[in-house]
Design a protein around this ligand. Structure first.
Ligand SMILES: Nc1ncnc2c1ncn2[C@@H]1O[C@H](COP(=O)(O)OP(=O)(O)OP(=O)(O)O)[C@@H](O)[C@H]1O
Length: 233
């Protein structure tokens, strides 16, 4: 049963239709990947789901309740969390202090478990600005998952990471979402990583859903191969 849904979601920037009639359904414990070429409408979609941008039509539903007009703050308070393309860690705080602050604010019962799964134990006493970029992104993921959100919207968590780090990050996303029963939407440019990690995938092209379903079906979809994957499929 879907916990979080978009139904017929459209977003316009003046004359530009950035999202056109998009349907998506997120299930707890599962990662749903959203891929598509530059300008396909991925960031716009995640902004609309998180409440940063008002859709021109369509609905966003949490447990079947229409939350389309709810604020970012309301959504965060009701278990919808998001991460951003750029790291949002406070450079001058230690990793431990930053995570503890977010954990206190969000009544997280098992911060130690998150730190452990993400392998952050070794850096808790280090200042965020001085740790490797890949580790900063892991801190971002920890922040998004603190407080037992029901839904996480992850905007390119692998941006700027080298291949090994990206692979590890995506495994962490999948493991933590399964362990914690979180429904995740993952916007990511690392297409192979998305195919390896996600339970379901939606491909956007020019603001529209080109294909959606389990990875093997999407990869074999002639429309996706033609428009996007090409010979890489
Ligand atoms: N603030 C804005 N004003 C006008 N047009 C915009 C704005 N933001 C995005 N667009 C347009 O909307 C469309 C979708 O952009 P969006 O950034 O959502 O795509 P994307 O798939 O996230 O791209 P990328 O992979 O490059 O991040 C593009 O045509 C883009 O030029």
């Amino acid at each position: 049963m879907a916990v979080f849904e978009a139904s017929g979601l459209s977003v316009r920037y003046g004359a530009v239709a950035a999202n056109k009639n998009i349907d998506i359904a997120l299930v707890q414990g599962c990662v749903h990947g959203v891929i598509g070429p530059n300008g396909a409408g991925k960031s716009t979609f995640i902004d609309a789901l998180s409440g940063r941008r008002r859709p021109s039509s369509g609905r966003v539903l949490l447990d079947g309740e229409d939350i389309t007009r709810r604020s970012v703050r309301w959504r965060r308070a009701h278990g919808i969390s998001r991460s951003f393309q750029r790291t949002s860690v406070f450079a001058s705080m230690t990793v431990g202090a930053q995570l503890s602050m977010v954990a206190r604010r969000n009544a997280e019962p098992d911060l130690a478990g998150i730190i452990d799964t993400l392998g952050l134990g070794e850096v808790v006493d280090r200042v965020c600005g001085e740790i490797a970029y890949g580790t900063q992104r892991a801190v971002d993921l920890a922040i998004a998952l603190i407080g037992r959100p029901r839904v996480v919207l992850l905007d390119e968590p692998c941006a700027g990471l080298v291949a090994d780090e990206a692979g590890r990050m995506l495994r962490h996303v999948r493991d933590l979402c399964r362990e914690r029963d979180v429904a995740a939407l993952l916007v990511e440019h690392d297409v192979e990583g998305v195919f390896r990690t996600c339970d379901t995938i939606t491909v956007l092209d020019l603001g529209e859903v080109l294909s959606s379903g389990p990875p093997e079906e999407v990869r074999a979809d002639p429309r996706v191969i033609r428009a996007y994957l090409g010979s890489a499929a």
